[in-house]
Design a protein around this ligand. Sequence first.
Ligand SMILES: Cc1cc2nc3c(=O)[nH]c(=O)nc-3n(C[C@H](O)[C@H](O)[C@H](O)COP(=O)(O)O)c2cc1C
Length: 318
Amino acid sequence: MFDKLLKVAGIFSEAFRDAVLFLRFNSYSPFVDPSRRAFYKILIEAHTIEKGLSLPNPKPLFGKDKIRFVMNALSRYDIRHSPIPAHMSLGALDAYVNFHAKAGLSDPLLDEISGYLKAWEAKLPRPWKGGTRDYSFLGQPLNNLQQLIASRSSIRTMRSTPQHPDRILEAIALAQLAPSQCNRQSSRVHAYQDPALIQQLLALQGGSRGFAETVGNLFVVSSEICAWGGPGQRNQAYVDGALFAMCLMFACRSMGWGACPLNLAIDHKTEAAIRRTGGIPAGERLIMMIAFGEPVAPDTKVAFSPRRPAAEIATLHA
Ligand SMILES: Cc1cc2nc3c(=O)[nH]c(=O)nc-3n(C[C@H](O)[C@H](O)[C@H](O)COP(=O)(O)O)c2cc1C
């Protein structure tokens, strides 16, 4: 009995320490190095531009506020911290200008961006790793794991045709090969094909604007909380759930489908609303959604989403 009480107390005390740690180091914290915070902020905002350009029908002059934010933030950013935010921003701004030029549209903002890019060319010469890139479902053999990993990308142009349940189960069975702690396999996956229900779920999610209406197949990945107990395991549902979700995305790629992970960075109220809407039991923690389906065409455009050089994120402890 005493052991159990200690565990309960531990859960509260760990939750408190989680909160303190998060407050101390989160992206708004004044105690974090400003370059480090700016790095993430610019990446996130530049991504909204590259993502906007990878949608089925980008809106002319979309995201004016984001564009201004990125230009201002990048001007203040010290690229010695990492040049990636500059690559991603400049590439996205360049692609934005080119997209409008191709569509024959003009606007003072586009001239302003062009001038901004010219000024940056001296500091960081082209080619910039950013904007969009061409992606093909064909011509990429998936004979080994490296090729499969390298050929996955978030796809935001997909057909709404429902996939056959057998094929969906085949993909899920592949994803089940993900490792899990003590092989407890707490991950769950809910698959939806009813167009109205999918739209309700995506409206609660919020990150698929611009392509939600094309989604005809949707996974919600969750994890059963009752697989976990004690303060030390408080985050393990997310660890196992995320590993499962990653394998599910690779499985989708291996089936020839496009897939786009969709965040569930939400509060309890929204999580409960998604559970209610999707008929998901209360004892499951929601990990993420994955929109998937046949690609519209074998060739498409995807957000460039450049990766940092490995040495930038690695610490080799010799
Ligand atoms: C947990 C998670 C949540 C994501 N949420 C969204 C989302 O809500 N909407 C979206 O369009 N993309 C979303 N993405 C996709 C990322 O933008 C994408 O993975 C990133 O830019 C890297 O590009 P890549 O997947 O093409 O390699 C999410 C990715 C992850 C891993």
